[in-house]
Design a protein around this ligand. Structure first.
Ligand code: NOJ
Length: 508
């Protein structure tokens, strides 16, 4: 035991000299937390009157998920949430980002009753978090929606979804808003939409050739319609929150985007502008309309009338904008121009005349991780935060996800998974890079590690592990990894936040 402590001490000591970062470099009221999402951890997929979500249906289709798994049980957080809160308390985090399962609250969307069992589950979760001094940071839709809405009217392809999302958001504001002060409408719509409607790899598996091979869909048109409805659903929820709840409840509302940082593959003007173009197609696609009221010029120039237009009423709603931008950041990639140079373009990228790659002259951009497109490139954190700061006038930002994937299979021994020095180095170096952006004035207010526990990683099932805690999927036991000890040590001395009536926070 003593030898392990000495080794741990030496490990932390020497690596912290290499890349020094400590809690004191962040403001006292900075949120430090961990992130999850309902489908990835809850399980209990048919308990408590919950209906099927689009992901329940999709993951049950043979061949969709790498290891043939699904989220039926996942981490069984639905039953074990108190254990998970204890893990968070032991780390010393002051916030927890999680998502609400829409189909647990409204099994039939706005066409049926509010499910009181679902409301009770999240009430218990929220109350238990607050008792431990942990602020809930809640996402309304993290990819999952009631399948009913897909079956009735085609979900994001229909403008009806704006009414459904607004109704769902209001049910949540009403039920939980007295205690929840941070709301995100969507998690990564810039993954959900292209994967669902351009490539067809996520539900509802719609696409057309040459973008993907799906039985039905139109990759040239549908992604832009679906995105339009997501943007206006955000605006609808923000409108309801601002008009009826924000003053009384004193919280804030934002949206969470996935954000790669992109660097030019070659030091030539065409690759420099291709990298900028990629950022616009990836991030500004959603954020420009929400913050500036229209699609980015970089997209309009190429897509023309394929991008829908906003009506006067849409523009009125869009004036509600957002209070913060959530940044999920994991990696940096190179971008190569295909507008002036011929490329063997991966079809999904043909739209923006640019391709992404993780390699230059056969060398990876950073140490590869178990997730194919995630490389360890700490400088990307500073760069992406500065990009957001400049493009969006330093709107307050939260790093809503940052994390490191380990490969998992029956052949990988548990002790190797527990000894996750790679994750420790990753988190430390990305946090250090974040401090560089903050010293340049970036208004960043929180940071969340993905994830508190290993969980269901979408198309990869349980073959990838992102947790600070290892989960034994046979017994559901949670075991802290080295990274959990590191985060705990990093947070040591962090202040517990007490909530004031107006939603502001006081350090105690
Ligand atoms: C982003 C997503 O929000 C989350 O659901 C996913 O598990 C992580 N990234 C890791 O890929």
């Amino acid at each position: 035991m003593k030898a392990i402590s000495i080794l741990l001490f030496l490990h932390f000591f020497f690596s912290s000299i290499a890349c020094f970062v400590h809690r004191g470099q962040f403001p006292d009221d900075f949120l430090f937390g961990t992130s999850t999402s309902s489908y990835q951890i809850e399980g209990a997929y048919l308990e408590g009157n919950k209906s099927l979500s689009n992901w329940d249906v999709f993951s049950h289709i043979p061949g969709k998920i790498k290891d043939g798994s699904n989220g039926d049980v996942a981490d069984d957080h639905y039953h074990l949430y108190m254990k998970d809160i204890e893990l968070m308390q032991s780390l010393g985090v002051n916030s927890y980002r999680f998502s609400i399962s829409w189909s647990r609250i409204l099994p039939e969307g706005r066409f049926g009753k509010i499910n009181s069992v679902g409301i009770e589950f999240y009430n218990n979760l929220i109350d238990s978090l607050l008792l431990k001094g942990i602020q809930p940071f809640v996402t309304l839709s993290h990819y999952d929606i009631p399948q009913e809405l897909e079956d009735r009217y085609g979900a994001w392809l229909s403008s009806q979804i704006q009414e459904d999302f607004g109704y769902y958001a209001e049910v949540c504001f009403k039920a939980f808003g007295d205690r929840v002060k941070y709301w995100s409408t969507f998690n990564e719509p810039n993954v959900m939409v292209p994967d669902g409607y351009l490539l067809g790899t996520y539900p509802p598996s719609r696409c057309s050739k040459p973008f993907g091979d799906c039985p039905t869909g139109d990759s040239a048109i549908e992604p832009y319609i679906a995105a339009h409805n997501v943007i206006l659903s955000h605006a609808t929820a923000a409108d309801i929150y601002r008009k009826r709840y924000q003053v009384k409840q004193g919280g804030s509302i934002g949206i969470v985007m996935t954000t790669y940082w992109y660097e030019p593959l070659r030091n030539i003007p065409a690759d420099h502008s291709a990298a900028q173009r990629y950022l616009a197609f990836d991030i500004a696609w959603f954020l420009d309309p929400i913050i500036y009221g229209d699609y980015p010029p970089e997209m309009r120039e190429i897509l023309g009338s394929r991008l829908p237009t906003f009506s006067l009423e849409d523009r009125r709603k869009l004036q509600n904008k957002l209070d913060f931008i959530g940044i999920n950041h994991y990696s940096t990639l190179y971008v190569k121009d295909c507008m002036f140079f011929p490329c063997q373009s991966n079809t999904s990228e043909g739209e923006m005349f640019a391709v992404r790659t993780g390699e230059r002259d056969g060398l990876p951009i950073g140490t590869p991780t178990a997730m194919p497109s995630f490389f360890v490139v700490p400088r990307g954190m500073e760069k992406i935060v500065m990009y957001m700061m400049e493009r969006y006038n330093n709107t307050p930002m939260f790093i809503t996800e940052n994390g490191y994937a380990q490969k998992s299979s029956p052949n990988v021994p548990m002790k190797d998974l527990l000894n996750d020095g790679g994750r420790v180095e990753y988190l430390r170096s990305y946090l250090a890079s974040l401090t560089v952006a903050m010293r340049q004035g970036a208004d960043v207010r929180g940071y969340f590690v993905w994830s508190i526990i290993d969980n269901f990683e979408w198309l990869y099932g349980y073959t990838l592990r992102f947790g600070l805690h290892y989960v034994d999927y046979d017994t559901l036991e949670r075991v802290p990894k080295l990274s959990a000890r590191w985060y705990k040590q990093f947070l040591h001395g962090s202040k517990i936040l007490k909530q004031k009536g107006n939603g502001q926070h006081l350090s105690s």
